[in-house]
Ligand binder design. Structure first.
Ligand code: PLP
Length: 357
């Protein structure tokens, strides 16, 4: 309300500056540039890395389309890499083989993108040394992982640049919004300028390159600051919900929670992975049971290499992402779910499991 009354309704104002500072401090990176979506943040990071026509960028195949789309916006080509079968995050062995191959071919690799899928960090102890060895910058798609940590270090602090999202479905929201994070002051300055139509700091509207209208509004930044105060509470709620699922699926042969049990995760979304041979039922059976009782579930992301729009793209595959797409199911995980709603979902799952015993 204070932001509305202040008259700072444009993509400039005190809440915007404070929101950037608060997020940068929370994640522990020097610079934050607030933008109108996570996709915009990824796009600006990729431009900053110099990605353009003729270049390639390594992208995990198991992700939301925005990760790969941002690469295409720059004119570069995504090369997809398969995931770890347990976490669903970029498989370091696959990345190692792919970077060796691309390097032997002399391919211009401008960046490696990682995605901290569903709020669980990728394996940075193994991925960062690989990026170093090949001299390729890491861009961290941390859009699902604000508040998560990997070995005590915050998601969003691993890459040369990282993207956060405050879309309506994320762990905290500005309805729509995002943030570019970096320790590189040059990238921060360039991204801030590109996000404001690349207007140069003179009075007469001077532009030396093509820019974008990507800044976040001050009003939405004010929403973000209020949400940030509640972030830990909302993460705690998602963890509690995940614990409920862990109990209900415990000790079932062929059934496990997707992503593993990293205690640093923000538990944005909880999924289950079912081996139908061993369990005697499939993730789709469970989805149908819940849908018939008005409980919405979602498939795990369909891998990018299976998408019509990326048909024919190069991909280093093990089958892990396809397996998670076929046998995984994402369960209701929102922090706004009331205790009674969570209990009802767990009861419906218990009823389903009892019927299968
Ligand atoms: C949400 C999301 C994005 C894009 O964020 P927007 O703010 O919706 O543009 C990018 N990558 C992943 C993995 C996401 O989940």
């Amino acid at each position: 309300m204070a932001a509305l009354r202040s008259g700072w309704v444009a993509p400039a104002g005190p809440d915007l500056d404070r929101f950037e500072r608060e997020i940068a401090d929370r994640v522990g990176v020097p610079h934050a540039v607030a933008v109108n979506s996570g996709t915009s943040a990824l796009h600006l990071a990729l431009i900053g890395a110099g990605a353009g026509p003729g270049d390639v960028v390594v992208v995990p195949t198991l992700t939301f389309a925005a990760t790969a789309n941002a690469v295409v916006y720059t004119g570069a080509t995504p090369v997809f890499a398969d995931c770890d079968p347990v976490t669903g995050n970029l498989d370091p062995d696959v990345l190692s083989g792919l970077l060796a191959e691309l390097s032997a071919e002399g391919a211009p690799v401008r960046a490696v993108l990682t995605v901290d899928l569903y709020g669980f960090c990728a394996d940075y102890d193994r991925i960062l040394p690989l990026c170093d060895r090949y001299g390729v910058p890491l861009i961290e798609d941390a859009t699902e992982a604000l508040g998560a940590a990997y070995r005590g270090r915050a998601a969003g602090s691993f890459g040369w640049a990282a993207a956060l999202s405050f879309n309506g479905n994320k762990i905290m929201t500005t309805s729509s919004g995002g943030m570019l994070l970096t320790a590189d002051p040059g990238l921060a300055t360039r991204a801030r300028n590109l996000a404001s139509q690349a207007r140069l700091p003179v009075a007469h509207y001077e532009h030396a390159e093509i820019g974008y209208n990507y800044r976040l509004s001050n009003l939405l930044a004010a929403l973000g600051r209020a949400q940030l105060c509640r972030l830990d509470e909302m993460i705690e709620r998602r963890r509690t919900i995940r614990d409920g699922y862990a109990k209900v699926f415990a000790n079932l042969d062929g059934v496990r929670l997707l992503s593993g049990d990293d205690p640093g995760a923000n538990c944005w979304l909880t999924g289950v992975v079912v081996d139908p041979e061993r369990a005697g039922w499939s993730a789709r059976d469970l989805a149908a049971h819940l849908a018939a009782r008005n409980v919405e579930t979602r498939p795990v992301f369909k891998p990018m290499h299976l998408q019509p729009v990326f048909a024919g793209s190069r991909a280093a595959l093990t089958g892990a992402a396809e397996h998670l797409f076929d046998d995984g199911l994402v369960l209701p995980s929102g922090s706004v779910l009331a205790d009674g709603q969570v209990r009802r979902v767990l009861d419906e799952i218990t009823e389903f499991l009892d019927g299968r015993r």
